[in-house]
Design a binder for this molecule. Sequence first.
Ligand SMILES: [Zn+2]
Length: 134
Amino acid sequence: MRLVNDKLFRERPDGAVRLIGGYCAGCERVHFPQGDTCPYCSLSECTESELGPRATLWLFTSVLRPPPGYRGQVPFGFGIVELEQGLRVVTRLTEPDLAKLHRGMTMKLVISPLHTAEDGERVTTYAFAPEPTV
Ligand SMILES: [Zn+2]
């Protein structure tokens, strides 16, 4: 299994998935993806901060045709979620059926298959999945 970008997310040994963000001690805000320089106050001493796994769905759509260079399956969900840490991120969604998505629903960060590389290896990325309701 290969990650599409190993600087964006990680799977802990216990299977928990987290986005790799940055935390700025100067303004006490988090950002994603991680960067040494704070995008809000320009302080250059940010540290790593794991983000997720829960989020609230804000906006969503279903991508029906493959974007240029995209080798994965369509349709796929795409949208904006607000992480429990208060940060909104643009993300892939595991659910492409708009009837099964609604604004304000709880989503969970997961690792999702993206495509199979030329060498046959499966490439994965992060995505948000609807949290099963009890
Ligand atoms: Zn800052």
